[in-house]
Ligand binder design. Structure first.
Ligand SMILES: Cc1cc2nc3c(=O)[nH]c(=O)nc-3n(C[C@H](O)[C@H](O)[C@H](O)COP(=O)(O)OP(=O)(O)OC[C@H]3O[C@@H](n4cnc5c(N)ncnc54)[C@H](O)[C@@H]3O)c2cc1C
Length: 445
Protein backbone atom coordinates (compact mmCIF):
# COMPACT_ATOMS: atom_id res chain seq x y z
CA UNK A 1 0.00 0.00 0.00
CA UNK A 2 1.50 3.35 -0.99
CA UNK A 3 0.34 6.75 0.24
CA UNK A 4 -0.26 9.66 -2.09
CA UNK A 5 -0.22 13.04 -0.42
CA UNK A 6 -2.60 15.84 -1.27
CA UNK A 7 -1.70 19.09 0.43
CA UNK A 8 -3.92 21.58 -1.31
CA UNK A 9 -7.50 20.48 -1.37
CA UNK A 10 -8.57 19.07 -4.73
CA UNK A 11 -6.28 16.34 -5.95
CA UNK A 12 -5.83 17.35 -9.53
CA UNK A 13 -7.68 14.30 -10.89
CA UNK A 14 -8.47 15.08 -14.53
CA UNK A 15 -11.87 16.70 -14.68
CA UNK A 16 -14.53 14.98 -16.70
CA UNK A 17 -16.12 18.28 -17.74
CA UNK A 18 -14.57 21.11 -19.67
CA UNK A 19 -14.21 24.62 -18.20
CA UNK A 20 -17.42 26.46 -17.36
CA UNK A 21 -18.54 28.72 -20.20
CA UNK A 22 -17.63 32.40 -20.05
CA UNK A 23 -14.89 34.04 -18.09
CA UNK A 24 -12.10 33.91 -20.64
CA UNK A 25 -11.30 37.51 -19.85
CA UNK A 26 -10.80 39.73 -16.84
CA UNK A 27 -13.99 40.09 -14.81
CA UNK A 28 -15.41 42.15 -11.95
CA UNK A 29 -17.83 41.26 -9.20
CA UNK A 30 -18.98 42.47 -5.81
CA UNK A 31 -17.39 39.45 -4.12
CA UNK A 32 -14.82 36.90 -5.29
CA UNK A 33 -14.76 33.47 -3.64
CA UNK A 34 -11.55 31.50 -4.16
CA UNK A 35 -12.10 27.73 -4.06
CA UNK A 36 -15.27 25.74 -4.64
CA UNK A 37 -15.01 23.22 -1.82
CA UNK A 38 -17.73 23.16 0.85
CA UNK A 39 -16.61 26.52 2.29
CA UNK A 40 -16.49 28.35 -1.04
CA UNK A 41 -19.62 26.91 -2.61
CA UNK A 42 -21.64 27.46 0.56
CA UNK A 43 -20.41 31.05 0.79
CA UNK A 44 -21.28 31.61 -2.88
CA UNK A 45 -24.81 30.23 -2.41
CA UNK A 46 -25.50 32.50 0.57
CA UNK A 47 -23.94 35.54 -1.10
CA UNK A 48 -25.85 35.05 -4.35
CA UNK A 49 -29.07 34.56 -2.42
CA UNK A 50 -28.41 37.88 -0.71
CA UNK A 51 -28.53 39.42 -4.19
CA UNK A 52 -24.79 39.95 -4.58
CA UNK A 53 -22.80 39.49 -7.76
CA UNK A 54 -20.39 36.64 -6.94
CA UNK A 55 -17.51 35.08 -8.83
CA UNK A 56 -16.58 31.58 -7.62
CA UNK A 57 -13.11 30.58 -8.84
CA UNK A 58 -11.96 26.95 -8.74
CA UNK A 59 -8.65 25.58 -9.93
CA UNK A 60 -9.99 22.14 -10.89
CA UNK A 61 -13.12 21.02 -12.73
CA UNK A 62 -16.10 19.05 -11.48
CA UNK A 63 -16.59 16.31 -10.59
CA UNK A 64 -13.21 15.79 -8.93
CA UNK A 65 -11.78 13.81 -6.04
CA UNK A 66 -10.98 15.32 -2.64
CA UNK A 67 -9.28 13.29 0.05
CA UNK A 68 -11.84 13.02 2.85
CA UNK A 69 -13.71 10.60 5.08
CA UNK A 70 -16.98 11.70 3.43
CA UNK A 71 -18.81 11.67 6.79
CA UNK A 72 -21.38 14.29 7.79
CA UNK A 73 -22.82 14.74 11.27
CA UNK A 74 -26.25 16.33 11.91
CA UNK A 75 -24.69 19.82 12.10
CA UNK A 76 -23.40 19.42 8.54
CA UNK A 77 -26.73 18.00 7.35
CA UNK A 78 -28.42 21.04 8.87
CA UNK A 79 -26.22 23.28 6.74
CA UNK A 80 -27.00 21.29 3.59
CA UNK A 81 -30.70 21.78 4.21
CA UNK A 82 -30.10 25.51 4.69
CA UNK A 83 -28.33 25.55 1.33
CA UNK A 84 -31.37 24.01 -0.32
CA UNK A 85 -29.73 20.65 -1.06
CA UNK A 86 -32.25 17.82 -1.34
CA UNK A 87 -30.88 15.31 1.17
CA UNK A 88 -33.68 12.87 0.31
CA UNK A 89 -32.54 12.52 -3.29
CA UNK A 90 -30.77 9.34 -4.39
CA UNK A 91 -27.02 9.20 -3.75
CA UNK A 92 -27.04 10.08 -0.06
CA UNK A 93 -26.39 7.39 2.51
CA UNK A 94 -28.03 8.11 5.86
CA UNK A 95 -26.61 7.08 9.20
CA UNK A 96 -28.40 7.08 12.50
CA UNK A 97 -25.39 7.56 14.72
CA UNK A 98 -21.86 6.50 15.59
CA UNK A 99 -20.44 3.17 16.71
CA UNK A 100 -17.32 3.45 18.83
CA UNK A 101 -15.06 0.41 19.00
CA UNK A 102 -12.34 0.12 21.65
CA UNK A 103 -10.53 -2.85 23.23
CA UNK A 104 -13.10 -5.39 22.04
CA UNK A 105 -16.04 -3.30 23.34
CA UNK A 106 -18.41 -1.37 21.18
CA UNK A 107 -21.22 1.07 21.75
CA UNK A 108 -23.80 2.46 19.33
CA UNK A 109 -24.93 6.04 19.88
CA UNK A 110 -27.90 7.33 17.94
CA UNK A 111 -27.85 11.02 17.02
CA UNK A 112 -30.03 12.87 19.52
CA UNK A 113 -33.30 14.61 18.65
CA UNK A 114 -32.48 18.20 19.44
CA UNK A 115 -34.15 21.40 18.38
CA UNK A 116 -33.67 22.17 14.72
CA UNK A 117 -30.81 19.72 14.16
CA UNK A 118 -31.75 16.64 12.12
CA UNK A 119 -31.46 13.30 13.90
CA UNK A 120 -29.41 11.70 11.15
CA UNK A 121 -26.04 12.06 9.52
CA UNK A 122 -25.02 11.40 5.91
CA UNK A 123 -22.17 10.15 3.80
CA UNK A 124 -21.43 10.95 0.19
CA UNK A 125 -18.15 10.82 -1.69
CA UNK A 126 -16.61 14.25 -2.14
CA UNK A 127 -16.45 13.42 -5.85
CA UNK A 128 -20.23 13.94 -5.96
CA UNK A 129 -20.69 16.15 -2.91
CA UNK A 130 -18.51 19.06 -4.05
CA UNK A 131 -20.00 18.88 -7.53
CA UNK A 132 -23.52 19.18 -6.08
CA UNK A 133 -22.58 22.16 -3.93
CA UNK A 134 -20.85 23.98 -6.79
CA UNK A 135 -23.93 23.37 -8.97
CA UNK A 136 -26.07 24.81 -6.19
CA UNK A 137 -23.91 27.93 -6.12
CA UNK A 138 -24.33 28.35 -9.85
CA UNK A 139 -28.07 27.76 -9.62
CA UNK A 140 -28.26 30.47 -6.95
CA UNK A 141 -26.66 32.90 -9.42
CA UNK A 142 -22.92 32.75 -8.66
CA UNK A 143 -20.63 32.85 -11.70
CA UNK A 144 -18.59 29.64 -11.36
CA UNK A 145 -15.26 29.65 -13.20
CA UNK A 146 -13.48 26.30 -13.15
CA UNK A 147 -9.87 25.59 -14.18
CA UNK A 148 -8.96 29.00 -12.77
CA UNK A 149 -5.97 28.82 -10.46
CA UNK A 150 -5.62 31.88 -8.28
CA UNK A 151 -1.96 32.76 -7.95
CA UNK A 152 -1.90 35.96 -5.87
CA UNK A 153 -4.04 38.65 -4.32
CA UNK A 154 -4.17 42.04 -6.04
CA UNK A 155 -3.88 44.93 -3.62
CA UNK A 156 -4.02 48.71 -3.68
CA UNK A 157 -1.35 51.00 -2.26
CA UNK A 158 -2.72 50.64 1.27
CA UNK A 159 -2.37 46.85 1.04
CA UNK A 160 -6.12 46.28 0.80
CA UNK A 161 -7.25 43.47 -1.48
CA UNK A 162 -8.84 44.57 -4.76
CA UNK A 163 -9.07 41.20 -6.51
CA UNK A 164 -6.94 38.23 -7.49
CA UNK A 165 -4.52 37.28 -10.24
CA UNK A 166 -5.02 33.85 -11.76
CA UNK A 167 -4.22 31.57 -14.64
CA UNK A 168 -6.97 29.95 -16.64
CA UNK A 169 -7.15 26.64 -18.51
CA UNK A 170 -4.40 24.23 -19.51
CA UNK A 171 -2.63 26.97 -21.45
CA UNK A 172 -2.42 28.99 -18.17
CA UNK A 173 -3.71 32.17 -19.67
CA UNK A 174 -3.09 35.02 -17.19
CA UNK A 175 -6.31 36.64 -16.06
CA UNK A 176 -7.36 38.98 -13.27
CA UNK A 177 -10.58 39.32 -11.31
CA UNK A 178 -11.56 42.46 -9.39
CA UNK A 179 -13.82 42.87 -6.36
CA UNK A 180 -13.76 44.95 -3.18
CA UNK A 181 -14.09 41.79 -1.07
CA UNK A 182 -12.54 38.34 -1.42
CA UNK A 183 -13.41 35.15 0.46
CA UNK A 184 -10.44 32.79 0.79
CA UNK A 185 -11.89 29.27 0.71
CA UNK A 186 -8.86 27.68 -0.92
CA UNK A 187 -8.41 24.95 1.66
CA UNK A 188 -5.32 23.87 3.57
CA UNK A 189 -2.89 25.58 1.18
CA UNK A 190 -4.27 28.99 2.31
CA UNK A 191 -2.31 30.63 -0.48
CA UNK A 192 -4.27 33.89 -0.45
CA UNK A 193 -4.16 34.25 3.34
CA UNK A 194 -0.42 33.61 3.42
CA UNK A 195 0.15 36.17 0.66
CA UNK A 196 -1.67 38.77 2.79
CA UNK A 197 0.53 37.95 5.78
CA UNK A 198 -1.94 35.80 7.70
CA UNK A 199 0.40 33.14 9.00
CA UNK A 200 -0.60 29.88 10.65
CA UNK A 201 -0.24 29.76 14.42
CA UNK A 202 3.00 27.76 14.63
CA UNK A 203 2.09 26.65 18.14
CA UNK A 204 -0.82 24.59 16.90
CA UNK A 205 -0.07 21.12 15.56
CA UNK A 206 -1.38 20.19 12.11
CA UNK A 207 -2.93 16.74 12.01
CA UNK A 208 -2.95 14.52 8.94
CA UNK A 209 -5.44 11.96 7.72
CA UNK A 210 -5.53 9.27 5.04
CA UNK A 211 -8.32 7.35 3.41
CA UNK A 212 -8.92 4.56 0.96
CA UNK A 213 -12.08 3.21 -0.68
CA UNK A 214 -12.83 -0.51 -0.49
CA UNK A 215 -15.65 -2.57 -1.92
CA UNK A 216 -17.54 -4.17 0.97
CA UNK A 217 -21.07 -5.43 0.41
CA UNK A 218 -21.11 -6.46 4.08
CA UNK A 219 -20.59 -2.90 5.39
CA UNK A 220 -21.72 -0.51 2.69
CA UNK A 221 -25.22 -0.19 4.19
CA UNK A 222 -24.13 -0.06 7.82
CA UNK A 223 -26.50 2.43 9.53
CA UNK A 224 -23.66 3.70 11.79
CA UNK A 225 -20.44 5.62 11.26
CA UNK A 226 -17.89 3.30 12.83
CA UNK A 227 -14.89 4.71 14.72
CA UNK A 228 -11.97 2.77 16.21
CA UNK A 229 -10.26 4.31 19.22
CA UNK A 230 -7.58 1.75 20.07
CA UNK A 231 -5.19 1.93 17.12
CA UNK A 232 -1.44 1.83 17.49
CA UNK A 233 1.56 3.21 15.67
CA UNK A 234 3.44 0.03 14.80
CA UNK A 235 6.91 1.64 14.73
CA UNK A 236 6.66 3.19 18.19
CA UNK A 237 4.12 0.88 19.81
CA UNK A 238 2.38 4.03 21.08
CA UNK A 239 -1.34 4.68 20.85
CA UNK A 240 -2.34 6.46 17.65
CA UNK A 241 -3.03 10.10 18.61
CA UNK A 242 -6.27 9.95 16.65
CA UNK A 243 -8.75 7.33 15.49
CA UNK A 244 -9.74 5.16 12.54
CA UNK A 245 -13.05 5.15 10.69
CA UNK A 246 -15.14 2.88 8.50
CA UNK A 247 -17.84 4.94 6.81
CA UNK A 248 -20.50 3.25 4.66
CA UNK A 249 -21.26 4.89 1.31
CA UNK A 250 -24.28 2.79 0.35
CA UNK A 251 -22.98 2.22 -3.19
CA UNK A 252 -21.07 -0.98 -2.49
CA UNK A 253 -18.09 0.88 -1.04
CA UNK A 254 -16.81 1.94 2.34
CA UNK A 255 -14.43 4.80 3.08
CA UNK A 256 -11.76 3.58 5.50
CA UNK A 257 -9.17 5.86 6.97
CA UNK A 258 -7.45 7.28 9.97
CA UNK A 259 -6.45 10.67 11.22
CA UNK A 260 -3.80 11.59 13.75
CA UNK A 261 -2.13 14.49 15.45
CA UNK A 262 1.65 14.50 15.37
CA UNK A 263 2.98 12.05 17.98
CA UNK A 264 3.68 13.99 21.19
CA UNK A 265 3.17 17.20 19.16
CA UNK A 266 6.18 16.85 16.89
CA UNK A 267 6.78 13.49 15.17
CA UNK A 268 4.43 12.89 12.22
CA UNK A 269 2.62 9.58 12.39
CA UNK A 270 3.24 7.01 9.65
CA UNK A 271 -0.40 6.76 8.57
CA UNK A 272 0.26 4.03 6.00
CA UNK A 273 1.94 1.79 8.56
CA UNK A 274 -0.83 2.44 11.11
CA UNK A 275 -3.44 1.55 8.50
CA UNK A 276 -1.63 -1.66 7.52
CA UNK A 277 -1.41 -2.56 11.18
CA UNK A 278 -5.12 -1.90 11.74
CA UNK A 279 -6.86 -3.42 8.71
CA UNK A 280 -6.08 -7.08 9.55
CA UNK A 281 -8.09 -6.54 12.75
CA UNK A 282 -11.29 -5.93 10.74
CA UNK A 283 -13.51 -9.04 10.50
CA UNK A 284 -12.62 -11.05 7.36
CA UNK A 285 -16.32 -11.21 6.42
CA UNK A 286 -16.19 -7.49 5.60
CA UNK A 287 -14.05 -8.30 2.57
CA UNK A 288 -11.64 -5.44 3.19
CA UNK A 289 -8.41 -6.60 1.56
CA UNK A 290 -6.01 -5.47 -1.13
CA UNK A 291 -8.06 -6.97 -3.96
CA UNK A 292 -11.19 -5.08 -2.90
CA UNK A 293 -9.43 -1.70 -2.75
CA UNK A 294 -10.99 0.86 -5.09
CA UNK A 295 -8.38 3.60 -4.82
CA UNK A 296 -4.87 4.27 -3.56
CA UNK A 297 -4.38 5.33 0.05
CA UNK A 298 -4.32 9.13 -0.06
CA UNK A 299 -3.53 11.58 2.69
CA UNK A 300 -3.90 15.31 3.34
CA UNK A 301 -3.36 17.77 6.20
CA UNK A 302 -6.08 18.71 8.68
CA UNK A 303 -5.61 22.37 9.65
CA UNK A 304 -7.43 22.52 12.96
CA UNK A 305 -8.17 24.52 16.06
CA UNK A 306 -8.71 27.91 14.32
CA UNK A 307 -5.01 28.02 13.59
CA UNK A 308 -5.05 31.08 11.32
CA UNK A 309 -6.23 34.40 12.73
CA UNK A 310 -7.71 36.91 12.44
CA UNK A 311 -10.22 35.55 9.95
CA UNK A 312 -10.63 39.02 8.42
CA UNK A 313 -8.01 41.45 7.20
CA UNK A 314 -8.03 44.25 4.60
CA UNK A 315 -10.96 43.02 2.51
CA UNK A 316 -10.15 39.29 2.84
CA UNK A 317 -12.31 36.84 4.82
CA UNK A 318 -11.00 33.34 5.59
CA UNK A 319 -13.43 30.42 5.67
CA UNK A 320 -12.98 26.68 6.26
CA UNK A 321 -9.59 24.96 6.08
CA UNK A 322 -7.90 28.17 4.96
CA UNK A 323 -8.61 29.45 8.49
CA UNK A 324 -7.82 26.10 10.16
CA UNK A 325 -11.45 25.56 11.12
CA UNK A 326 -11.28 21.76 11.37
CA UNK A 327 -12.61 20.72 14.78
CA UNK A 328 -9.81 19.83 17.23
CA UNK A 329 -12.26 17.42 18.86
CA UNK A 330 -13.13 15.25 15.89
CA UNK A 331 -11.18 16.24 12.79
CA UNK A 332 -14.43 17.19 11.03
CA UNK A 333 -14.27 20.23 8.80
CA UNK A 334 -17.10 20.17 6.26
CA UNK A 335 -19.93 21.30 8.52
CA UNK A 336 -17.64 23.83 10.20
CA UNK A 337 -16.66 25.25 6.79
CA UNK A 338 -20.30 25.59 5.70
CA UNK A 339 -21.38 27.19 8.99
CA UNK A 340 -18.60 29.76 8.85
CA UNK A 341 -19.40 30.40 5.18
CA UNK A 342 -22.92 31.42 6.12
CA UNK A 343 -21.60 33.79 8.78
CA UNK A 344 -19.10 35.28 6.28
CA UNK A 345 -21.80 35.76 3.64
CA UNK A 346 -24.14 37.47 6.07
CA UNK A 347 -21.34 39.74 7.28
CA UNK A 348 -20.47 40.68 3.70
CA UNK A 349 -24.07 41.37 2.74
CA UNK A 350 -24.49 43.69 5.73
CA UNK A 351 -21.14 45.38 5.08
CA UNK A 352 -21.83 46.02 1.40
CA UNK A 353 -25.10 47.68 2.34
CA UNK A 354 -22.96 50.43 3.91
CA UNK A 355 -20.88 52.93 1.97
CA UNK A 356 -17.21 52.05 1.50
CA UNK A 357 -15.15 53.43 4.38
CA UNK A 358 -14.94 53.08 8.15
CA UNK A 359 -18.56 52.00 8.65
CA UNK A 360 -18.22 49.17 6.15
CA UNK A 361 -14.90 48.21 7.67
CA UNK A 362 -16.47 48.08 11.10
CA UNK A 363 -19.16 45.74 9.78
CA UNK A 364 -16.49 43.45 8.28
CA UNK A 365 -14.60 43.30 11.57
CA UNK A 366 -17.67 41.59 13.00
CA UNK A 367 -16.79 38.39 11.13
CA UNK A 368 -13.93 37.24 13.40
CA UNK A 369 -15.86 38.55 16.38
CA UNK A 370 -18.87 36.41 15.46
CA UNK A 371 -16.72 33.34 14.76
CA UNK A 372 -15.26 33.69 18.22
CA UNK A 373 -18.57 34.35 19.87
CA UNK A 374 -20.01 31.15 18.40
CA UNK A 375 -17.11 28.74 18.49
CA UNK A 376 -14.18 30.34 20.36
CA UNK A 377 -14.68 28.55 23.64
CA UNK A 378 -15.46 25.19 22.02
CA UNK A 379 -12.26 25.33 19.98
CA UNK A 380 -10.21 26.60 22.90
CA UNK A 381 -11.30 23.68 25.04
CA UNK A 382 -10.76 21.34 22.09
CA UNK A 383 -7.23 22.63 21.58
CA UNK A 384 -6.52 22.00 25.24
CA UNK A 385 -7.94 18.47 25.01
CA UNK A 386 -5.90 17.87 21.89
CA UNK A 387 -2.66 19.04 23.58
CA UNK A 388 -3.21 17.30 26.90
CA UNK A 389 -5.06 14.15 25.91
CA UNK A 390 -5.42 13.27 22.20
CA UNK A 391 -1.81 13.95 21.17
CA UNK A 392 -0.46 11.97 24.16
CA UNK A 393 -2.89 9.14 24.71
CA UNK A 394 -5.17 9.11 21.68
CA UNK A 395 -8.85 8.32 22.10
CA UNK A 396 -8.38 5.03 23.92
CA UNK A 397 -8.03 6.87 27.23
CA UNK A 398 -11.43 8.52 26.76
CA UNK A 399 -13.20 5.32 25.87
CA UNK A 400 -12.34 3.51 29.06
CA UNK A 401 -14.61 0.44 29.51
CA UNK A 402 -16.37 2.25 32.37
CA UNK A 403 -17.15 5.22 30.14
CA UNK A 404 -18.41 2.92 27.38
CA UNK A 405 -20.61 1.10 29.87
CA UNK A 406 -22.23 4.33 31.06
CA UNK A 407 -24.87 5.58 28.60
CA UNK A 408 -24.81 9.09 30.06
CA UNK A 409 -21.02 9.45 30.00
CA UNK A 410 -20.58 8.08 26.52
CA UNK A 411 -23.43 10.21 25.14
CA UNK A 412 -21.97 13.30 26.74
CA UNK A 413 -18.59 12.50 25.23
CA UNK A 414 -20.10 11.90 21.79
CA UNK A 415 -21.94 15.23 21.84
CA UNK A 416 -18.82 17.04 22.95
CA UNK A 417 -16.75 15.46 20.17
CA UNK A 418 -19.27 16.22 17.43
CA UNK A 419 -20.68 19.50 18.78
CA UNK A 420 -24.19 18.13 18.43
CA UNK A 421 -26.07 20.06 21.07
CA UNK A 422 -28.88 22.57 21.07
CA UNK A 423 -28.73 26.19 22.21
CA UNK A 424 -30.63 26.78 24.49
CA UNK A 425 -30.08 23.33 25.98
CA UNK A 426 -32.76 20.70 25.49
CA UNK A 427 -31.69 18.16 28.07
CA UNK A 428 -29.30 17.56 30.97
CA UNK A 429 -26.38 16.69 28.71
CA UNK A 430 -26.79 19.98 26.83
CA UNK A 431 -26.92 21.90 30.11
CA UNK A 432 -23.75 20.21 31.37
CA UNK A 433 -21.91 20.95 28.12
CA UNK A 434 -23.03 24.57 28.03
CA UNK A 435 -21.96 25.06 31.65
CA UNK A 436 -18.60 23.50 30.88
CA UNK A 437 -18.07 25.82 27.91
CA UNK A 438 -19.12 28.88 29.89
CA UNK A 439 -16.26 28.13 32.28
CA UNK A 440 -13.73 28.41 29.45
CA UNK A 441 -12.23 31.92 29.22
CA UNK A 442 -13.18 33.57 25.90
CA UNK A 443 -10.20 33.66 23.56
CA UNK A 444 -9.35 36.92 21.81
CA UNK A 445 -10.56 37.12 18.15
C1 LIG B 1 -8.42 12.14 5.01
C2 LIG B 1 -9.37 13.19 5.46
C3 LIG B 1 -10.61 12.81 5.97
C4 LIG B 1 -11.53 13.78 6.35
N1 LIG B 1 -12.77 13.36 6.75
C5 LIG B 1 -13.71 14.27 7.04
C6 LIG B 1 -15.04 13.85 7.33
O1 LIG B 1 -15.37 12.65 7.29
N2 LIG B 1 -15.96 14.79 7.66
C7 LIG B 1 -15.64 16.13 7.69
O2 LIG B 1 -16.52 16.94 8.01
N3 LIG B 1 -14.40 16.55 7.38
C8 LIG B 1 -13.43 15.67 7.03
N4 LIG B 1 -12.18 16.10 6.68
C9 LIG B 1 -11.91 17.54 6.64
C10 LIG B 1 -12.53 18.16 5.38
O3 LIG B 1 -12.12 17.46 4.24
C11 LIG B 1 -12.14 19.63 5.22
O4 LIG B 1 -12.22 20.29 6.46
C12 LIG B 1 -13.04 20.33 4.22
O5 LIG B 1 -12.83 19.82 2.93
C13 LIG B 1 -12.77 21.85 4.21
O6 LIG B 1 -13.47 22.46 3.17
P1 LIG B 1 -12.88 23.77 2.44
O7 LIG B 1 -13.90 24.16 1.44
O8 LIG B 1 -12.41 24.73 3.44
O9 LIG B 1 -11.54 23.26 1.71
P2 LIG B 1 -11.39 22.21 0.52
O10 LIG B 1 -12.41 21.16 0.61
O11 LIG B 1 -9.96 21.80 0.55
O12 LIG B 1 -11.68 23.06 -0.78
C14 LIG B 1 -10.77 24.00 -1.25
C15 LIG B 1 -11.05 24.22 -2.72
O13 LIG B 1 -10.23 25.30 -3.19
C16 LIG B 1 -9.65 24.94 -4.42
N5 LIG B 1 -8.40 25.69 -4.53
C17 LIG B 1 -7.28 25.54 -3.80
N6 LIG B 1 -6.34 26.42 -4.19
C18 LIG B 1 -6.89 27.15 -5.18
C19 LIG B 1 -6.41 28.22 -6.00
N7 LIG B 1 -5.17 28.69 -5.86
N8 LIG B 1 -7.23 28.73 -6.94
C20 LIG B 1 -8.49 28.25 -7.09
N9 LIG B 1 -8.99 27.24 -6.37
C21 LIG B 1 -8.21 26.70 -5.41
C22 LIG B 1 -9.44 23.43 -4.31
O14 LIG B 1 -9.33 22.82 -5.59
C23 LIG B 1 -10.72 23.01 -3.58
O15 LIG B 1 -11.78 22.78 -4.48
C24 LIG B 1 -11.21 15.16 6.29
C25 LIG B 1 -9.96 15.56 5.81
C26 LIG B 1 -9.05 14.59 5.40
C27 LIG B 1 -7.72 15.04 4.85
Amino acid sequence: MTTEHDDAGGDGTPATRSPEPGGGEDEEAQVIVVGAGPAGSAAAVHLARAGLDVLLLEKSGFPREKVCGDGLTPRAVHQLVRLGIDVNAPGWMRNKGMRWVCEGNQVELDWPRLGSLPDFGLTRSRHDFDDLLAAQARAAGARLRTHVKVTAPLTDRSGRITGVAATRGPERQPVSYRAPLVVAADGASARIAVALGLARDAGRPVAAAARRYYRSEARTHDPYLELWADLRCPHTGLDLPGYGWVFPLGDGRVNIGLGALPQRRSRPVDLRAAMEHWLPRLPTGWGVREESAQSPLRSAPLPMGMNRRPQYRRGLLLVGDSAGMVSPWSGEGIGQAMEAAEVAAETIALALARPAGPRREHALQQYPAEIHRRWGRYYRLGNLASDLVFSRYGFRSLLHPRVMASPVLVRTLARLLTDVSAEPGRDTIDSVLHTLLRLVPTPRP
